[in-house]
Each structure stands twice: as C-alpha cells, then as structure tokens.
Design a protein around this ligand. Structure first.
Ligand code: URA
Length: 319
C-alpha cells in the first residue's frame, strides 16, 4: 500500500475563556484540519505553516510548544488504497478563516460541542483531536507556574543562582518525565535544558530506552544555573522544589526518571544513588526510576555502561 504523509495544525481561538478548534469542511463531508504535503526543501513545520496560510488565509498568533499529534488511517479502496500519516502541531489564531476551494466551509467547535458531535473527523481521530483541549489547559497552567518561578530571582534576597530561567521542555501530555539536577552553562545561555554535553549523552540514552525526546518532558529540580556548575545548596533546592512539584501535578507523568543523586533524593528520598540506581520506587501512583546523572558518564567512562543498562531496563519497564 502506498504511504502518504501530511503536516498541519490543530488551530484554536479563545472565545471568552473557552478554546474552540477550527475545522474545515471537506467536500466529501467530513471535518478536516489545515494540512498537506511537504514541498521541496521544506521542514515539516514550514509545510504546516504554508498549508495553514493557503487553506485558511491565517497565520498563527502563537505556536504551542511541545504538542504533536500523530494519526494513521487508510483511504481509498483496493489498489488505490493509501496509508495516510498525519502530524499535527497546535496553534492559537484569531480572525475568521477564508477557506480555499478544497473546502466547502468551516466550523469552530468547543470541547462540549465536539464531544456531542456525531460528525466524522479526519482519520476518525476525534479522540486524538480532543486531546488538544487538555493540552491547552496544561499549557496555561504551566505558563502560570513558570511565570511565577521565573520571577523568583527578583523576589529572593541574596539570590545566588543565574537569573536566566531554564524551563522544562517537551510534551505536556508525556507519560515519561526526566528530571536532572540543574542547568549547565550552555543551558543557561540557550534557555533549554539538556542541550550541552550531558544532553547529547541523554539523547543517546533516550534512544536506548526506545523513546523519542519530543514525546517526553525534560527538566531539572533547580531550573536556574548554579554558577561554576556547583551543586545547588539545600536552601536553593528547597526554594525550587515546590515549583517542580506543581509542574509534575500538571503533566501527570506515569514514570519519572530521576537523573542523579540530587533529583533522586529530593523527589523520592532515594539515597546512595550509586547503589540504588535502576531500582524503581512507586510513590503516589507515580513510578520513579532513579538513575545516574548523564554528567557522571561524561566524568567517568565506567558510568556510561551503568547508564546504558539503566536505560535498557527503563525501556523494558515502560514497554
Ligand atoms: N544537567 C541538568 O541536570 N539539567 C540540565 O538542564 C542540563 C544538565
């Protein structure tokens, strides 16, 4: 069977306080989203943005970070049957669309309207599309926490960490969250966790576990760089930990991989990480999986094998 890949957006507007998703009505009758094929040299995101412009005349006001929805379905019959793969991003828009000739109209649907609707949706993916509402709620909650957290240096006397906030990144619907110690110098510069040498090793470990970085949520206990890469103090950790706990409450992961001693101890009370890594601990319905910090693998080569073994076991645990 031939395969066909397309890229697009679940686009929403906020009416009052309620989000509504935009659907384009296909001439065949079902409700679709703006999407289409890659054109030469385009990235997936560029294709999605172009399709959005061409099919609705709209440009996103904001692309919501970390959201990716994949759907697979087949279309057509017999020899002409095609396996369709779609990848959708999420964006906020304003204004009314002007639909292209491919569509006969458009609909804005709230969560309630969508739940009640008996229309058919692209790829029979109504449930998947509805996850966008939950993502929007989580994104709002995380933005609120992060905005408070990022102001901590201003409101804390004798602040001695960097003033650059390095928030977590990834998918807010992730089932697996990875929590390190604190950002390093490169993360302090870029504002993104685990992009330096530890991050490169972490990427390799993630693939050993059979996982994909974009489907996880990655952060650290302390989300500000401790100058000279020192260990965050007990007071600094105590100040930052409540924000991490609130982030966890929003993301609701099934599994949290605690990377290194500070993360394993402060999140779940695991001491002596050299002995206790790789042994899961279940607490409050979350499976914590303590491992070494990737920086330990960079400092001492012998730790790389231990990390690889832990991540293989993590892969088995997650299934
Ligand atoms: N180490 C961490 O613990 N967190 C980062 O973001 C980078 C390195």
């Amino acid at each position: 069977m031939e395969s066909d890949f397309s890229y697009g957006f679940i686009a929403f507007r906020v009416k009052g306080t309620k989000p509504e998703l935009l659907f384009l009505r296909r001439r065949e009758g079902f409700l679709d989203v703006p999407k289409g094929h890659l054109e030469n040299g385009e990235s997936q995101m560029q294709a999605a943005l172009r399709e959005m412009r061409e099919e609705t005349g709209l440009v996103p006001n904001e692309i919501i970070k970390g959201f990716r929805m994949k759907a697979e379905y087949s279309m057509g019959r017999d020899i002409g049957k095609k396996a369709k793969h779609i990848l959708l991003y999420l964006c906020r828009i304003s204004g009314e669309p002007s639909v292209s000739s491919e569509h006969s109209g458009f609909e804005w649907l709230s969560e309630e309207e969508m739940r009640r609707s008996d229309e058919s949706f692209v790829g029979n993916a109504k449930e998947g599309l509805m996850e966008a509402f939950e993502y929007i709620r989580r994104n709002q909650a995380i933005e609120k926490i992060n905005s408070e957290y990022s102001r901590l240096p201003k409101s804390t006397p004798d602040w001695s960490l960097s003033r650059n906030f390095v928030p977590g990144t990834g998918n807010l619907l992730a089932g697996v969250m990875l929590v390190g110690q604190a950002p390093g110098a490169e993360e302090d510069r870029s504002g993104v966790p685990f992009v330096g040498r530890s991050g490169k090793l972490l990427d390799r470990l993630i693939s050993i576990a059979g996982l994909v970085r974009e489907e996880l949520y990655i952060t650290s206990v302390v989300q500000f760089f401790p100058p000279k890469n020192r260990l965050p103090s007990r007071e600094e950790t105590a100040l930052c930990l409540p924000y991490l706990r609130r982030q966890i409450e929003v993301i609701k992961p099934r599994v949290i991989v605690t990377l290194g001693a500070l993360s394993s101890y402060s999140l779940v009370g695991v001491e002596r990480i050299a002995l206790n890594h790789g042994v899961p601990v279940i607490q409050d319905g979350i499976t914590y999986f303590p491992s070494l910090h990737p920086a330990a693998g960079i400092r001492f080569k012998k730790n790389v094998a231990l990390l690889e073994k832990d991540f293989k076991d993590l892969g088995k645990l997650i299934g």
